[in-house]
Design a protein around this ligand. Structure first.
Ligand code: SF4
Ligand code: SF4
Length: 285
């Protein structure tokens, strides 16, 4: 547990600024992610230094195909997420805090960097759950990692506030941001909105952070031609060299009765993507 930095006091409550929800949190309550709590008028990050998953992964698994190719990335995550996606592939950790679970291996920022160096990694990835919910820990690790010559990567849903972007962008070298679907999709299946995600993509791009985008294509939910056209056109409006990863869905979490994405759908998305973008990849196939 550690006091959070990204918040301000508002009367007898606290306003968290770590993501676009900007939760207003009463005494003794937690925000939507359930890992940031108002304790005696201070916002506390309950998962500071509590790593629930850590692995040495190929960087291509993030996925990042155009950054430190062929290298290993030390990947960490905590419990908690600001979304509640019905199709979450890491729901056992991302939604655990909503069931009241706060836990993980106790680590220090310096300890994480030492583990990464010992494992021969060239970067640290903040991934598995949404890293902005534990952003103060991300920043403390990232500062030390940067000093030691490691790169920092966020794998994120992009549901950031302007404040969290300002807080972290100097330390981050690369991001993989999910662009999941249209506004209705974000409302219904994730518990958020599309616009803050588009804003994060633009901000990261304009700040010169290496950026790749992932879309998980779920049959019947975000698999129309116009869904693919929208994403490809949005990305090309920034840069036709932004890589787009189109990922196949397998039934998961609250969507165990859904179908696996048909190959023809993925091929159609790829075809549309390639009309606009130089780098389109199919994943999970
Ligand atoms: S990180 Fe987002 S969801 Fe969590 S408390 Fe802060 S504003 Fe709310
Ligand atoms: S944003 Fe990612 S980690 Fe969070 S619930 Fe959605 S799919 Fe899971």
């Amino acid at each position: 547990m550690k006091p959070a930095e990204l918040y301000y006091k508002e009367k007898d409550k606290v306003r968290c600024l770590a993501c676009a929800h900007k939760c207003l949190i009463s005494e003794g309550r937690r925000g939507i992610c359930k890992v940031r709590e108002n304790v005696n008028g201070e916002l506390i990050l309950l998962v500071y230094g509590k790593v629930v998953s850590s692995n040495v992964d190929p960087i291509e698994k993030k996925p990042l195909y155009h950054f430190l190719k062929g290298s290993k990335s030390f990947s960490i995550g905590t419990v908690g997420c600001n979304f509640r996606c019905d199709f979450c592939q890491n729901w056992d950790i991302s939604q655990a805090s909503k069931q009241g679970f706060i836990g993980g291996r106790d680590v220090t920022p310096r300890g994480i960097v030492e583990e990464a160096i010992r494992a021969g990694c060239r970067s640290i990835s903040y991934t598995y759950n949404e890293p902005v919910v534990f952003i103060e820990f991300v920043r403390d690790v990232a500062r030390i990692a940067k000093d030691k010559g490691l790169k920092n990567i966020m794998v994120t849903n992009g549901y950031w506030s302007q404040e969290v972007f300002n807080y972290i962008y100097r330390y981050i070298d690369a991001v993989n941001i999910d662009l999941k679907g249209n506004e209705k999709f974000y409302n219904k299946y994730c518990g958020g909105n599309q616009k803050p995600v588009l804003d994060t993509i633009k901000r990261c791009y304009e700040a010169g952070i290496h950026i790749e985008i992932t879309t998980l294509v779920i049959p019947g939910l975000n698999d129309k031609k116009e869904d693919f056209e929208f994403i490809a056109k949005f990305l090309v409006s920034l840069d036709k060299n932004i890589p787009w990863h189109i990922s196949r869905f397998f039934p998961m979490y609250k969507m165990t009765k859904s179908r696996i994405t048909p190959e023809e759908t993925l091929e159609e998305a790829e075809k549309i993507g390639k009309k606009y973008l130089n780098y389109v990849y199919l994943g999970n196939i």
